[in-house]
Design a protein. Structure first.
Length: 366
């Protein structure tokens, strides 16, 4: 995607819904966030009460007021690919107050709230850090928040963090971990007309599938939130030709585990489940740990009191895990609807954006 001649300009005096529309109208598919990062950086540098730093296409702005507590508001700048039939950029506001477009829900409405807090709350009751990062929607090794954590961990220091991911205006505590493993079985090739001369690797995978079908997941309660684990086959690969007994098969298994398990415990559990199956190779293909909800932290309690409602567990994985690894308890809270993320008809209710903006302001100015 080509750069524009002049970076677009963001108007931080707009309400959060109108600012969301501006953000949506600046395309920022993963890997192409530079124009939007430039616009965010320029808008923040115009605010004298903030110190602004940049690492790649990741922008971090901080107040330095000497408050007793520092909280982090974080959100990613990238979106999934823009739809082309019909296109979902530029944005469109309908007569019911619903804003349509790529990234409206996940998560440019959340980014708009960050920018509004940065611009309109110059003297918050807590010191604030605003983090805008790239490449959240793609492979973990590209994630901009991870890059900032590696290069400048001090930029992310805080007592509590709020990730403005879509949660439909409801606090979601922590997140579950996700582990993907490859379970490989082997056999011996033979012509299917003389199958007794070979060994079928696909058939050898049957005990693995039986284990998965019979698996009873845990539902642990942590900080009053009930998480729901899951162990599932997400892919099966095997076969050579229509008349050949296959000599190799791979079952890809995804384990979504509650944040009271460590990464090592999660791997050990999956190994134990399949210990008596004919698995010839056990490969960890991808792994991102979970994050404890941290709702007992004083800052989290104050946040809950300000935004209201009942906290819910986060079943999916989000970057709260990265904050947890840095020792910063974190929650998800944003106006978008996770059920609409990545859809061609992605949208967000402007009334919910306004509600979340009001609640965040109440928390930071009480």
């Amino acid at each position: 995607m080509e750069r524009t001649t002049h970076p677009p300009v963001l108007d931080l005096s707009l309400d959060a819904a109108a600012l969301t529309a501006q953000l949506v109208d600046i395309p920022s598919e993963s890997g192409n966030e530079k124009d939007l990062a430039d616009a965010v950086e320029n808008a923040l540098r115009a605010l004298p009460h903030l110190t602004v730093d940049r690492h790649g296409n990741n922008v971090v702005a901080r107040t330095q007021l000497g408050r007793d507590e520092r909280v982090v508001l974080a959100g990613h700048l990238d979106t999934v690919p823009i739809a082309d039939n019909p296109p979902n950029v530029p944005s469109r506001l309908d007569e019911d107050g619903v804003l349509w477009g790529c990234g409206t829900s996940d998560m440019k409405s959340g980014v708009a709230l960050q920018l509004r807090m940065a611009a309109t709350v110059p003297a918050p009751n807590r010191d604030l850090t605003f983090v805008f990062y790239d490449n959240e929607e793609v492979a973990a090794h590209l994630n901009g928040l991870g890059h900032v954590a590696d290069a400048h961990p001090e930029w992310l220091a805080g007592d509590f963090a709020v990730l403005l991911e879509p949660s439909y205006g409801q606090v979601e505590g922590g997140c579950q971990g996700t582990l993907r493993v490859l379970l490989r079985t082997t056999g011996e090739r033979a012509h299917s007309a003389r199958s007794w001369m070979g060994a079928n690797a696909v058939h050898a995978a049957a005990p693995i599938l039986a284990k998965l079908a019979a698996y009873e997941p845990r539902r642990p309660v942590i900080d009053g939130l009930e998480y729901r684990e899951g162990l599932n086959a997400v892919r099966i690969e095997g076969g050579v030709a229509g008349n050949v007994i296959p000599d190799a098969c791979t079952v890809t298994v995804n384990f979504r585990y509650a944040p009271d398990r460590t990464p090592d415990e999660a791997i050990a559990h999956v190994r134990e489940v399949f210990a008596d199956c004919p698995v010839d190779e056990f490969v960890v293909d991808d792994h991102s740990p979970g994050a404890l909800p941290g709702l007992s932290h004083p800052a989290a309690k104050a946040f809950m009191a300000a935004v209201g409602g009942t906290a819910m567990p986060k079943f999916g994985w989000t970057d709260v895990s990265r904050f947890s690894a840095l020792g910063v308890p974190a929650v998800n809270y944003g106006p978008g609807d996770a059920l609409l993320a990545h859809k061609k008809d992605e949208r967000v209710e402007t009334g919910r954006i306004a509600h979340c903006e009001e609640r965040l302001r109440a928390w930071l100015t009480a």
